[in-house]
Design a protein around this ligand. Structure first.
Ligand code: PLP
Length: 424
């Protein structure tokens, strides 16, 4: 069968063992049909089960009022624990190593309070060039908070000139060169801009070799690729739940603290009552006693409505499993790359994400020609594509294995070809 034909895409969908999950999500509409939604890296689609999950908690509240903390199914006092087993599976952690709390940028600060502890000689942070702005701001403000100058303390690893992503060997080389001046190595799992999946284990190993801490922002990674945070010996990580994890706008954040740090009383931390020993929490006494493991980093009681949405979504991840999602993801994104490569005269539309499976997730970032790209993007939008535009000239596309189809990908590339014909 002609690989470029619509029939081939339809055949791929027929052979896709997890194709049925698409029907569990709500697609925005365009002229009465589903949009071609490729923005799951920004805000994942709503599971059909989410509304009922939230309404259940509203009913719980209506029925019990304040007693809902201790009464009925899923009493709110323990609500965060409902999310723990799924989160542990998602990131390859022990249950004691993960907790869901707050939102991502807040958690990055809380974790840096514990894990960025600069001294006069060991104060540097190594991170990627073009990190997500919130991470840049968080890191800069932490550095200043400790009395250092970001210009001295932050070292960004860049791609080589003419290359669009960073070589792991360059990261390793810079970490070894800076050696014992490094306090923290802090990378994303998957870079939000070019979709590069960093080799987290190699980065962690070399950070430890020079005596530094290794932390990761997994906003674009959790729910995108299978992870093994415990085995990779990552020190800490945090992620949000509204991108690949489909927990809804502003959804809560997950946190990982490796078990070797979880019960270390010497680590400074900013404390709150929900991190305090559960048995004595409601005695309301002076003297903070942290819970064991990641739970001891909690500040506040559970954000029940958003946790309920997250639970509804993670239940689906538990059903499908990350391995099945990743297997489809590689096929789906590989298919998109093949189709894009087949666009004649398509040099204005250039892949800047890594091609190799081992160093990318679902997202493909396309560099467009100056002055042309925005017109293409607007055409796509008018024709029912939802993807995203990053200044100055990048279109980001995330074919998401949970709900995107091969046919979605085919129609998308077909639109690009049509635009090219009309504008040639
Ligand atoms: C999406 C994203 C954020 C957003 O943080 P919030 O606190 O949830 O608004 C932060 N960092 C990275 C790397 C992201 O991709």
């Amino acid at each position: 069968m002609d690989k470029l034909s619509l029939a081939y895409a339809q055949q791929m969908d027929k052979e896709d063992p997890i194709a049925s999950y698409r029907a569990r999500y709500i697609f925005p509409q365009h002229n009465g049909t589903d949009c071609l939604y490729f923005c799951g890296n920004s805000l994942g689609l709503q599971p059909k089960s989410t509304k009922e999950a939230i309404v259940n908690e509203l009913d719980h509240w209506a029925q019990y009022g304040v007693e809902g903390h201790f009464k009925g199914d899923n009493a709110w006092m323990y609500y965060h624990k409902l999310l723990t087993p799924s989160c542990a599976r998602l990131v390859g952690a022990k249950e004691s190593e993960v907790v869901v709390m707050n939102t991502l940028s807040t958690n990055l600060h809380l974790l840096m309070v514990s894990f960025y502890r600069p001294t006069e000689t060991r104060f540097k942070i190594i991170m990627e060039d073009q990190a997500f702005p919130s991470d840049q701001y968080a890191v800069e403000s932490q550095v200043r908070f400790h009395g250092f100058d970001p210009a001295d303390a932050i070292i960004e690893v860049k791609p080589r000139s003419g290359e669009s992503y960073i070589r792991t060997a360059d990261i390793e080389q810079i970490i070894r060169a800076e050696g014992d001046s490094i306090a923290l190595v802090f990378f994303s799992g998957v870079n939000y801009y070019n979709g590069q999946f960093f080799e987290m284990k190699r980065i962690t190993d070399v950070a430890h070799e020079v005596g530094a801490v290794a932390g990761f922002d997994l906003a674009h990674t959790a729910g995108n690729l299978p992870l093994q945070l415990h085995d990779w010996d990552v020190d800490f990580a945090a992620w949000c739940s509204y991108k690949y994890l489909n927990a809804g706008p502003g959804g809560p954040s997950g946190v990982f603290v490796h078990e070797k740090h979880g019960n270390n009383p010497d680590l400074p931390r900013f404390a709150g009552w929900w991190g305090h020993d559960e048995e004595s929490r409601f005695k309301m006494e002076k003297g903070f006693i942290p819970m064991q493991g990641a739970q001891g980093w909690q500040l506040s009681n559970a954000q029940v409505l958003s946790f309920a949405a997250m639970k509804a979504s993670l239940d689906i991840f538990d059903e499908v499993g990350m391995d099945a999602l990743r297997a489809k993801s590689l096929k789906l994104s590989g298919y998109m790359i093949d189709l894009i490569d087949s666009i004649e005269g398509g040099s204005f539309f250039k892949l800047i994400s890594p091609r190799a499976d081992t160093i990318r997730g679902a997202q493909l970032s396309m560099l467009t020609q100056d002055g042309v790209g925005k017109k293409l993007f607007d055409y796509l939008t008018e024709n029912g594509v939802i993807c995203d535009w990053r200044e100055p000239n990048v279109i980001r596309l995330a074919p998401v294995p949970m709900y995107n189809s091969f046919e979605d990908v085919w129609h998308f590339v077909d639109l690009v070809k049509k635009w090219l014909v009309e504008n040639a």
